[in-house]
Design a protein around this ligand. Structure first.
Ligand SMILES: Cc1cc2nc3c(=O)[nH]c(=O)nc-3n(C[C@H](O)[C@H](O)[C@H](O)COP(=O)(O)OP(=O)(O)OC[C@H]3O[C@@H](n4cnc5c(N)ncnc54)[C@H](O)[C@@H]3O)c2cc1C
Length: 316
């Protein structure tokens, strides 16, 4: 490949600077391989929007931005080059992989895809402003802030129905808001939720959608609308957990690596994708628990296996 510019050829390029990419950077940096991390916005990914993290080992309570800055400082101190550029196209057809950003092309012997996922939003006015102030997309992360308070979960799939018993244990009163009478959750989860309903611990609003968020500096309630009758009613709550799915950031990867039906990257047990030398981890892959600690673990596995791949395929 004559077009390769040597100074733009890296042993490893990590795409995405969230917890997975930052953890991969630490492992890659410590192993001494020439590493570039490309991050579209700012290091930290989703944790930059998290006020308090209480489930990351070693920190009883730390803000997302503080944890992100600690992780980024650690990676930079290990000589990992960080460029704030968005990867817009990928060419994995040859041994040397090409990643295109708005500023040009970078070349890599191995790649880690850690582009993360974004929670699906309701699309309501002030949803962004009230996120972290009563509106949440992660019960396991934020549920603890609503002990003894009133909360509602929006959704009818596994995430929403699984969150319900967890939140009901913490909250003084909980509600489920589902846009129909159908549930996509597994029966075993649904049965548990229905038992809570029978015991009066949860109230269900079916055929119902949230049309407005109430509250000035923090969430104080919602306006719901029955989709069959059109009737609107207010519900006073402190927390609204929106669990209507996540969207993996894989639009630019369609046709480049294998994705599952929901757009998540499919990997093998070594976190290698369908392309040799291209690894993936964190929220962007098919997995059961999307958390900081699991993203960090994936980053470590990806970087270690990328290094093994380099040793096996590019030995001097
Ligand atoms: C509101 C909220 C609260 C949460 N609270 C907790 C908590 O308390 N505890 C916990 O363990 N987990 C929590 N989570 C989950 C946790 O944040 C994620 O599991 C974790 O951030 C996933 O890390 P990641 O590196 O895989 O992806 P992300 O954090 O999504 O990072 C991906 C990064 O890739 C970048 N990127 C994407 N596309 C490109 C591109 N084309 N080019 C360059 N860069 C790109 C993004 O800008 C982003 O920085 C929370 C999630 C949310 C939404």
């Amino acid at each position: 490949m004559k077009e390769i510019e040597r100074e733009k050829l890296y042993d490893l390029i990590i795409v995405g600077g969230g917890p997975c990419g930052l953890s991969a950077s630490v492992y890659a940096g410590r192993s001494g391989i020439r590493t570039l991390m490309l991050e579209e916005y700012a290091c930290g990914g989703q944790i930059l929007n998290t006020f308090e993290i209480k489930n990351y080992p070693g920190f009883e309570n730390i803000s997302g931005p503080e944890l992100a800055s600690k992780m980024a400082n650690q990676a930079e101190a290990l000589n990992v080059e960080i460029k704030y550029e968005k990867a817009i196209d990928f060419d994995f057809s040859q041994d040397i992989k090409v990643i295109k950003t708005q500023n040009g092309k970078y070349f890599a012997k191995t790649v880690i895809l850690s582009l993360g996922a974004s929670p699906r939003k309701l699309g309501l006015e002030r949803e962004k402003e009230l996120t972290g102030k009563g509106v949440s997309y992660c019960a396991i992360c934020d549920g603890g802030f609503f002990k003894g308070k009133r909360v509602a979960v929006v959704g009818g799939g596994n995430s929403a129905i699984e969150d319900l018993p967890y939140l009901t244990n913490l909250a003084s009163k909980s509600y489920l808001i589902n846009r129909s009478k159908r549930y996509r959750a597994q029966n075993i989860l649904l049965e548990k939720a229905l038992r809570l309903k029978e015991h009066g611990k949860v109230e269900f609003f079916e055929d119902t959608v949230v049309v407005k968020l109430l509250g000035d500096k923090k969430l104080e309630g919602v306006v719901m609308k029955n989709v069959l009758t059109g009737k609107e009613q207010e519900l006073l709550i402190d927390g609204l957990f929106i669990e209507i799915g996540r969207i993996p950031n894989t639009d630019s990867l369609k046709g480049k690596v294998d994705l599952d039906e929901y757009g998540y990257i499919v990997t093998d047990q070594n976190l290698m994708t369908s392309v040799k030398g291209v690894f993936a981890g964190g929220d962007v892959i098919q997995k059961s628990l999307r958390q900081i600690v699991t993203a960090g673990s994936d980053g470590a596995i990806c970087a270690t296996n990328a290094q093994n791949f380099l040793n096996q395929n590019y030995k001097k």
